[in-house]
Ligand binder design. Structure first.
Ligand SMILES: Nc1ncnc2c1ncn2[C@@H]1O[C@H](COP(=O)(O)OP(=O)(O)OP(=O)(O)O)[C@@H](O)[C@H]1O
Ligand SMILES: [Mg+2]
Length: 181
């Protein structure tokens, strides 16, 4: 990867990168009955680090050899394309609107085992998009192709999108910024 702000890529031996690996392990062992294949990263308010954590978790999971897909489900403030220095001309919204194929929507990264889907053109009705049957089918399809899927979502206090993903999500990771009152 070229210049990047993703610490697990730029500084893989740092204590922070190691903390992300611990997080990865904890998620793997958070359920004994059923393996965790899909995780939504959420928080109550904005700017608490969801997109940062989603990206780093996806990187360390890919690093562990799992085929990993990171999906930007935040149509209101999409970030994944910025974090990975990719274009957002086509993405999830365009895929669900039938404008592009899955092959065109999924973007490889310079990291082995890691692909991303950016948010795409901002739709007028982002919540409907995530609640659609198309989204459900798409995620089912991806669960056959990937070992681990990370959803980056908007804050739950602002929109209900993270709840809409409940149907597809084995687990939620609730981000709370430290020091926040
Ligand atoms: N652990 C951290 N310590 C300090 N700054 C951080 C940390 N994690 C993220 N940041 C910074 O805080 C800002 C917001 O992070 P990020 O975009 O990941 O939050 P978010 O929860 O996804 O925000 P939004 O609600 O807008 O989607 C970014 O500038 C990011 O670099
Ligand atoms: Mg975000």
């Amino acid at each position: 990867m070229e210049k990047t702000d993703i610490i697990t890529v730029s500084n893989p031996k740092s204590p922070i990168a190691e903390a992300y690996r611990t997080l990865r392990t904890n998620i793997q062992f958070s359920s004994f009955d059923k393996s965790v294949q899909t995780v939504s990263i959420t928080s109550s308010g904005p700017g608490e680090g969801k997109s940062t954590i989603a990206s780093n978790l996806a990187v360390v999971t890919a690093e562990s050899g799992k085929r990993t897909l990171l999906i930007d489900c935040d149509q209101r403030k999409p970030m994944i394309h910025k974090i990975f220095n990719q274009s957002n001309l086509v993405g999830l919204s365009n895929l669900l609107a039938g404008e592009v194929t899955i092959e065109n929507a999924i973007k490889p990264t310079n990291m082995e085992n890691l692909s991303i889907i950016t948010a795409g053109t901002r739709p007028p009705n982002p919540s409907e998009l995530l609640a659609s049957g198309k989204m459900k089918h798409f995620v089912e399809d991806m669960k056959d192709k990937y070992d681990f899927i990370v959803f980056d979502t908007p804050p739950v206090l602002i929109v209900t999108d993270a709840q809409l993903l409940a149907d597809y999500t084995d687990g939620y990771l609730l981000v709370v910024s430290s020091g926040a009152a």
